[in-house]
Design a protein around this ligand. Structure first.
Ligand code: C5P
Length: 250
């Protein structure tokens, strides 16, 4: 899927349900009824995953299941098959699990979705956690490559293993777009509108800059969820992106 075909800005922004439990998640869903694509991460999934995913499906929302699987191929495949049966749209796994695990996971996600007759999720790779500092990569993980080379290598491994895309910083988006082609799905957190605070994200771009750099989807949390009026913040982001997407289309 070429991201240039997604012209509706509401379909480019994913809002994380970064809350501890079911009640808080429902409150956020009710507060932002216009949001169509939600991310469910480890905390909420471990707390009440099946119920939340059922609720999102009942509300006809798209789902990014961000559980970052990393295990032996058979175990990852089993988890991906089950995720496919939830009918999720995006699913994350760690590229460093290796090509056997990536291929097995991709195939199992397709099987799981087929079992309930829904389109398979786009399985996307985490190249390197942004929490890993360059010196940790060499000194703790004993990786003999710099961060950029390692992240590029993991993105290429994901692509050659048949995955749909990768999670990356918007600052890496143009490079990975060039390296992996127009159909590779790039999901970028670390996005901050110019009017919001950076919070704990240190390497950020604005929504329109990230789209221009090649991001397919933007994950934007606190600038929306912690805003005085989340619905207005959401709309401001869409307005900014609308202008950008129109310019890119012309
Ligand atoms: O609130 P904020 O916009 O920073 O939320 C970003 C979301 O993206 C959070 O759910 C966070 O865990 C996730 N994320 C991230 N950086 C990464 C990977 C995921 O911020 N490298």
């Amino acid at each position: 899927m070429n991201s240039a075909t997604i012209t509706n800005p509401a379909n480019r922004v994913i809002v994380p349900l970064d809350v501890p439990g079911y009640d808080e998640a429902i409150a956020l869903l009710n507060q932002l009824p216009e949001v169509t694509f939600w991310k469910v991460g480890l905390e909420l999934f471990v707390s009440d995953g099946a119920r939340i995913l059922g609720e999102l499906k009942a509300r006809k929302k798209r789902i990014f299941l961000d559980l970052k699987f990393h295990d032996i191929p058979n175990t990852m495949a089993g988890a991906a098959r089950a995720a496919g049966r939830y009918g999720v749209d995006l699913l994350t796994i760690h590229a460093c699990a290796g090509s056997n695990a990536l291929k097995a996971t991709q195939a199992a996600a397709v099987e799981g979705a087929a079992q309930i007759n829904v389109p398979p999720p786009n399985v996307i790779a985490v190249t390197l956690l942004t929490s890993i500092a360059p010196e940790q990569l060499s000194q703790e993980l004993k990786v003999n490559a710099d961060v950029k080379t390692y992240a590029e290598g993991m993105a290429q491994l994901a692509k050659t293993s048949g995955l749909a895309g990768a999670v990356c910083s918007p600052l890496e988006a143009s490079l990975l777009r060039e390296l992996c082609g127009p159909d590779f799905v790039l999901v970028c957190p670390g996005v901050r509108p110019s009017w919001s605070s950076q919070g704990d994200q240190s390497r950020v771009m604005t929504p329109s800059e990230a789209i221009a750099a090649g991001a397919t989807y933007l994950v934007i949390g606190r600038p929306i969820t912690q805003a005085d009026n989340p619905a207005i913040a959401w709309q401001q982001i869409l307005d900014e992106l609308n202008g950008k997407l129109n310019k890119m289309a012309n």
